[in-house]
Write a protein that binds this ligand. Structure first.
Ligand SMILES: *[C@@H]1O[C@H](CO)[C@@H](O)[C@H](O)[C@H]1NC(C)=O
Ligand SMILES: *[C@@H]1O[C@H](CO)[C@@H](O)[C@H](O)[C@H]1NC(C)=O
Ligand SMILES: *[C@@H]1O[C@H](CO)[C@@H](O)[C@H](O)[C@H]1NC(C)=O
Ligand SMILES: *[C@@H]1O[C@H](CO)[C@@H](O)[C@H](O)[C@H]1NC(C)=O
Ligand SMILES: *[C@@H]1O[C@H](CO)[C@@H](O)[C@H](O)[C@H]1NC(C)=O
Ligand SMILES: *[C@@H]1O[C@H](CO)[C@@H](O)[C@H](O)[C@H]1NC(C)=O
Ligand SMILES: *[C@@H]1O[C@H](CO)[C@@H](O)[C@H](O)[C@H]1NC(C)=O
Length: 450
């Protein structure tokens, strides 16, 4: 899961060349206009919103670590069988965005709650949505490395453990088993939570979580290879048209009399965002996670590209493909190709991507549907150092959570490893705990997000 990251992140980049340094996945999947829809939606929500007083630093006892902030969580008790019956508690581990948006896109938990008589809880990740330290003041919280320094996956997991235990205590539900859920970065958190807090959660379901995409465990070409394969398996022509289009765009821009008012970098980013996100949300049903999309949207994009009426008009084909991703609803008057702003303050993923979330996903080999490029860690390093004055720690995640032989030690927790067709699935781990959720998820079409 994730989101329009390239575009979303562009606003902080002074040079287009730097845009390529930002990891494409997972990134901020929340698009501002979607957030606005949620915020403006006054319909009865299927949960109650609560806040919990959380400590800013769980890992030392310096006086400043005792500062607190309000962490938002959403709770739905409608299906819960109750503490007396030890009915289970399903927890969604919030990822890098507004928790309401994830709650609205995780029908899977609602679908399974009646069967399991489960309590549903969605916890927001610190520094996102309304769970902002420093009195909820984003300007202060996002100001510099000293104030953002408390944003990390380990702090987030400790928040979740603290909140879950306190909630169980309040509900006198100490015997109710907890199962955690998440997708993308939230899926990584779910899997890691299960490893780090086995006394708190009996199981985790991690969907599309690129948990092995750290260090040198996964090839930096793997992500884009899977995107390539998704398109190529629909049609060889579709793959070739897209693959050839990058030089066509650049050549056209160079031609005398070419009237291009936007940079080719912006166009290329905008197009590749469409391909990548469509591959990432290639659900078998119509969906509206990142954007409204038809069922099997990669197939639909390739149909647009293969449309015989368009002959050899590459740009008309690209327009048709982009229209699937950006304008399936047909409501758009204009494409906003060059930019995005961050009026909803979702940029904190960049901090995470510059500190511990060093996911080498942007390499492209010569077969890739995108132009060939290598993955260059030192570019990321210098970008992050200049942006925040902090150096990334590329070894930290695998030191803290493991990586090599992850499958082996996950087995000790009843874990399963699942490969599917989405770009991160070569990197995905699924832990079914002791429940039957996995089987149920297959029956229901396999996607945690829809
Ligand atoms: C970061 O901002 C805070 C709040 O304004 C300030 O107290 C602190 O000195 C700043 N830290 C750095 C490293 O600039
Ligand atoms: C548990 O109850 C206490 C006292 O009412 C409250 O302050 C705290 O926020 C509650 N915990 C959770 C997770 O809601
Ligand atoms: C990946 O391998 C290179 C070359 O062996 C090494 O320099 C680098 O530290 C490794 N990176 C990580 C994050 O393990
Ligand atoms: C270039 O495109 C812009 C916007 O479509 C138009 O206003 C302008 O007249 C064009 N210039 C030339 C030289 O064609
Ligand atoms: C498309 O391009 C090919 C090769 O350049 C050419 O042979 C063919 O006639 C073109 N088709 C159309 C419909 O323009
Ligand atoms: C979006 O789709 C509608 C309906 O097909 C079309 O009329 C409109 O021109 C499209 N918007 C853009 C920006 O192409
Ligand atoms: C990686 O980027 C750095 C600049 O940050 C450059 O000096 C180096 O040559 C690049 N390495 C490769 C293999 O492209």
């Amino acid at each position: 899961m994730g989101f329009q990251f390239i575009v979303l992140l562009l606003f902080i980049l002074s040079s287009p060349a730097l845009a390529k340094l930002i990891p494409r996945f997972p990134s901020s999947i929340v698009r501002p206009e979607q957030l606005a829809q949620i915020t403006n939606n006054d319909e009865a929500k299927p949960y109650e919103t609560r806040y919990f007083t959380q400590i800013i630093d769980h890992f030392d006892f310096n006086p400043q670590s005792y500062q607190t902030f309000q962490q938002r969580y959403l709770i739905n008790e409608k299906y819960w069988g109750g503490a007396k019956k030890n009915a289970p508690i399903f927890i969604y581990m919030g990822n890098e965005g507004d928790i309401e948006w994830f709650a609205h896109n995780t029908g899977f938990m609602y679908e399974n709650a009646p069967h399991f008589k489960a309590l549903l809880v969605f916890i927001e990740h610190r520094y996102y949505g309304k769970s902002i330290p420093y009195g909820g003041d984003k300007e202060v919280a996002y100001k510099n490395a000293s104030t953002q320094g408390y944003l990390s996956s380990t702090q987030a997991l400790a928040d979740y453990a603290t909140l879950i235990l306190d909630l169980k205590n309040n509900l006198t539900a100490s015997e109710s088993p907890v199962v955690v859920f998440g997708g993308s970065y939230g899926g990584m958190l779910a899997a890691w939570f299960r490893l780090k807090y086995p006394h708190v959660a009996i199981g985790a379901l991690a969907s599309s979580s690129p948990i092995l995409n750290f260090g040198n465990l996964t090839s930096p070409f793997s992500f884009n290879n899977i995107v390539t394969q998704d398109f190529r398996s629909e049609s060889e022509n579709c793959y070739e048209v897209i693959k050839r289009s990058w030089t066509q765009i650049e050549e056209t821009a160079k031609q005398n009399g070419g009237n291009i008012t936007i940079s080719t970098d912006d166009i290329e980013s905008w197009l590749s965002t469409a391909y990548i996100y469509t591959a990432m949300t290639d659900y078998p049903t119509p969906s509206n996670f990142l954007n409204p999309l038809p069922a099997f949207p990669v197939k639909q994009m390739c149909k647009a590209i293969d449309n015989p009426v368009l002959g050899n008009d590459t740009f008309a084909k690209l327009y048709g493909a982009a229209n699937i991703y950006y304008n399936y609803s047909g409501n758009l008057n204009c494409f906003d190709i060059a930019g995005d702003n961050d009026k909803h303050g979702l940029q904190e993923w960049t901090w995470q991507a510059c500190t511990e979330m060093i996911l080498p996903t942007d390499g492209n080999n010569k077969e890739s549907i995108f132009p060939a490029s290598s993955y260059n860690y030192s570019e990321r390093d210098s970008y992050c150092t200049s942006l925040y004055g902090v150096q990334p720690r590329p070894h930290w995640i695998t030191t803290e959570f493991g990586g090599t032989s992850f499958e082996e030690y996950l087995k000790q927790f009843g874990g399963h490893y699942c490969k599917r067709r989405c770009p991160s699935c070569g990197l995905e781990i699924l832990d079914e705990g002791r429940s039957k959720l996995v089987e149920r998820s297959k029956e229901n079409g396999d996607s945690l997000h829809q």
